[in-house]
Write a protein that binds this ligand. Structure first.
Ligand code: SME
Length: 159
């Protein structure tokens, strides 16, 4: 049974625990969609002040909405478009401190003020992005990036 253990309130305790849960839940025997779904649920539960967490997955050079937690979102993003498409094209994690200053930012939930996008690259090939939004300005730190990039490595490894 899943229990996030509410007493782990400090990030120093919670982020290592998040990585343990990711390792525990990711399962190479499952269809990818099941792993993406549980991964997004773990991010949504473990990270404070997050209003959207989920995946866009590449098909025919377009990012299509995948499993996520949060409000309904836009379903297609072109490579190079918005924060997700830019991160995908650059194959690089992007942290946007203030989405209103990012030219071409695609608004899905007007509550979102800052965002982190991490590309998923398997054997050198882009397969999608992990996108996380916050209603707070400047929410995402280098510690968030490091933790999420480690978690994405576990995920990609079992896909
Ligand atoms: N803001 C993203 C679009 C996806 S939603 O935030 C879920 C972007 O600019 O690519």
């Amino acid at each position: 049974m899943y229990d996030r253990l509410q007493k782990h309130e400090s990030i120093t305790e919670r982020y290592p625990l998040f990585l343990e849960y990711v390792k525990g839940y990711m399962d190479s025997k499952l269809p990818s969609v099941s792993n993406y779904a549980n991964f997004s649920a773990l991010v949504y539960d473990f990270f404070d002040d997050v209003n959207w967490a989920g995946f866009y997955l590449v098909k025919d050079d377009v990012l299509y909405l995948g499993p996520f937690q949060g409000k309904p979102a836009c379903t297609e993003i072109r490579l190079g478009s918005g924060v997700c498409g830019t991160s995908a094209q650059m194959k690089k994690t992007l942290i946007v401190k203030d989405t209103s200053t990012f030219e071409g930012h695609i608004v899905c939930d007007s509550a979102s003020r800052s965002e982190i996008v991490i590309p998923l690259i398997k054997n050198g090939v882009l397969i999608g992005v992990l996108d996380i939004d916050s209603p707070l300005l400047n929410r995402f730190t280098d510690q968030d990036r490091e933790t999420l990039e480690k978690a994405v490595v576990f995920l990609i490894d079992i896909l």
